[in-house]
Design a protein around this ligand. Structure first.
Ligand code: EPU
Length: 421
C-alpha cells in the first residue's frame, strides 16, 4: 500500500508529546524470546509495521503471538517453536530479522535464513555476525541469497569486533548465553537499546556484565526462562519531536523522555541557540530560538551523535544561519534525503560522506520522495517549516518507525495528514 503525507506549513508547534516504546529495542527483544520455551510478555511495544513483521517471523517459526496494539502489550509463547527456517520474503522485509539467527543457533543448533533486507541507506553487510558465529563453532554456508547455519556444538570465546555493530553485538550476545563457559564481546555496541536487551536477558536468568571500555562478558549456560519486560521509550522518537519544535520555532515538552541518554544531541540543539531543559532522569523541554545558528555534527556509535537523527538534523540545519557540516561515519549512503531537501530550496553540497549545508532563509513545499524511515521524517520536518504544501511520497516508511505520528504531531499544532493511495 502506498502512503503519502501531506504537510502544510505549521509554525510554532507547541505542546506535550508522550513517547512510545523504542522500535529497535522491541525488535531485538522479540527475537530474544526464541531463546526460551514458554510465554513471555513485552510491554510498551509500539504498534509499528516492523513490529508486525517480526511477529510474523516468530509465528512462522511456530511461536504463538498475541499483540494487543491498543495497550501496547505483546505475549509470545515459544513453547511449540520447532521451525528453524525463515522465508526469504519475510527476511527481506526487515533487517532486524537477522536477529533470530543467534537465538535459533543457540536453541536448535541450526537455522536457514536469507540475507536480510531493510532500508536503502548503505550496503549493510552482516559479515560481523557470520564471522563471529563461525568463531563460535558454527558452520555457515551461503548459497545465493540463502544462509545455512549449523552448530551442533557452540563454544565460548573472545569475539573481537572491528566495529561496534549493534546487530552483531545483539546476535553474538544472545547465542553466547546458551554456550557453557565465559564469552567476551570486545568493542561491543553499548547503545541504550543493547542495554535494554541485556536488562531483558537478565530477567530470563542470564549472567551478563559490562566492563569499560566496550566489553560485554557473558557467563553462558545458565538455564533461561520466559520473562516479563517493559521496553524502553524511543530516544529517536524523542529526538524527532524535539527537532520538529526546533524547526518550527516552537516549544515542546516530552515528559517521559530519558534525558540522560541524549547528551550530545541535546548539546548540539543548545549550541544552535535553543533553550533545552533536561530533567535529572526523565523529561526534556525545548523552546526554540527562531534564529538558529549552524552547528556541525559527526555521527558515531553511542554516545556519539546518532546516525538515526542525522537526516532530521539536516532539515533543521538547512534553516540555520551560516554553514553546518554533517559527517556521516556509520553508513556509506545515508544522504538520500539531500536531493529532496534541495528540491525544497535547501543549499547542500555532498562530498563523500560529508554534507556541507549553507543555511537558507526559507524552504518551499513541493512533491518529494522519502527513501527510508528517518529520511522520510526529515522531509516531514522540512515540510512543517516550508512555505505552502509539501507532499511526501514513500511515507509508508514512517509507519514502520513512528507510532501514531500524525496524531502526535497534530496534537501540538501540525497540519499533517496521511493519505493512502
Ligand atoms: N556493518 C558491517 N557488517 C556487519 C554489521 C554492520 O559492515 O556485519 C556496518 C553497517 O553496514 C553499518 C554499520 O556497520 O554501516 C552499523 O551497523 P549496525 O550493525 O551497528 O546497525 P544495525 O544493527 O544494522 C541498528 C538499528 C539502525 C541503526 C543502527 C546504528 C535496528 C533494528 N536497527 O542497525 O536503525 O541505524 O543500529 O545505530 O536496531 C533506524 O531505526 O532507522 C535504523 C536504521
Amino acid at each position: 500500500m502506498q502512503h503519502i503525507v501531506v504537510v502544510q506549513q505549521s509554525l510554532h508547534l507547541d505542546g506535550k508529546i508522550y513517547l512510545s516504546g523504542a522500535k529497535n529495542a522491541t525488535l531485538v527483544s522479540m527475537a530474544s524470546l526464541l531463546l526460551v520455551s514458554g510465554k513471555s510478555i513485552l510491554r510498551n511495544v509500539p504498534d509499528l509495521e516492523d513490529v508486525h513483521c517480526m511477529a510474523e517471523v516468530l509465528t512462522s517459526l511456530g511461536a504463538q503471538v498475541y499483540f494487543d496494539t491498543k495497550n501496547n502489550y505483546l505475549e509470545v509463547d515459544t513453547t511449540h517453536v520447532q521451525g528453524t527456517t525463515v522465508s526469504a520474503h519475510m527476511m527481506k522485509k526487515i533487517r532486524a530479522s537477522i536477529l533470530v539467527l543467534g537465538p535459533l543457533l543457540a536453541r536448535f543448533g541450526k537455522a536457514t535464513l536469507a540475507f536480510p533486507g531493510g532500508d536503502a541507506i548503505g550496503k549493510r553487510p552482516i559479515d560481523f555476525h557470520l564471522v563471529n558465529f563461525e568463531k563460535m563453532g558454527a558452520n555457515i554456508v551461503s548459497e545465493g541469497s540463502t544462509i545455512h547455519a549449523f552448530a551442533p556444538q557452540l563454544h565460548p570465546g573472545k569475539f573481537i569486533f572491528d566495529y561496534p555493530s549493534v546487530g552483531a553485538t545483539e546476535n553474538i550476545l544472545m547465542a553466547a548465553l546458551c554456550v557453557q563457559g565465559t564469552s567476551y564481546i570486545i568493542n561491543a555496541s553499548l547503545e541504550p537499546e543493547v542495554l535494554d536487551l541485556i536488562a531483558l536477558l537478565k530477567k530470563m536468568g542470564a549472567a551478563i556484565t559490562i566492563q569499560a571500555p566496550g566489553m560485554i562478558i557473558i557467563q553462558g549456560g545458565n538455564p533461561l526462562h520466559a520473562a516479563d519486560h517493559t521496553v524502553m521509550y524511543d530516544r529517536l522518537e524523542a529526538g524527532t519531536y524535539l527537532l520538529a519544535a526546533a524547526i518550527t520555532g516552537g516549544r515542546i515538552e516530552i515528559p517521559n523522555a530519558d534525558a540522560s541518554i541524549k547528551d550530545i544531541f541535546l548539546a548540539k540543539l543548545a549550541h544552535m541557540g535553543h533553550e533545552v531543559i533536561a530533567g535529572a532522569q526523565k523529561g526534556i523541554y525545548l523552546k526554540a530560538n527562531p534564529i538558529m545558528r549552524g552547528v556541525s555534527i559527526r555521527t558515531e556509535p553511542y554516545p556519539g551523535f546518532p546516525t538515526d537523527l542525522q537526516a532530521m538534523m539536516m532539515a533543521v540545519q538547512s534553516l540555520a544561519q551560516g554553514e553546518s557540516i554533517v559527517h556521516e561515519t556509520v553508513y556509506d549512503n545515508r544522504f538520500l534525503h539531500v536531493p529532496e531537501l534541495l528540491r525544497m530550496g535547501a543549499s547542500i553540497v555532498v562530498q563523500g560522506n560529508k554534507a556541507f549545508i549553507q543555511g537558507v532563509s526559507s524552504l518551499q513545499g513541493t512533491l518529494v520522495q522519502g527513501g527510508d524511515i528517518r529520511g522520510a521524517m526529515a522531509l516531514v520536518l522540512a515540510g512543517l517549516a516550508a512555505q505552502g504544501t509539501t507532499q511526501i511520497q514513500g511515507a509508508e516508511h514512517l509507519k514502520r518507525g513512528y507510532e501514531n505520528f500524525e496524531e502526535k504531531m497534530q496534537s501540538i499544532g501540525a497540519h499533517i495528514i496521511l493519505k493512502t493511495a
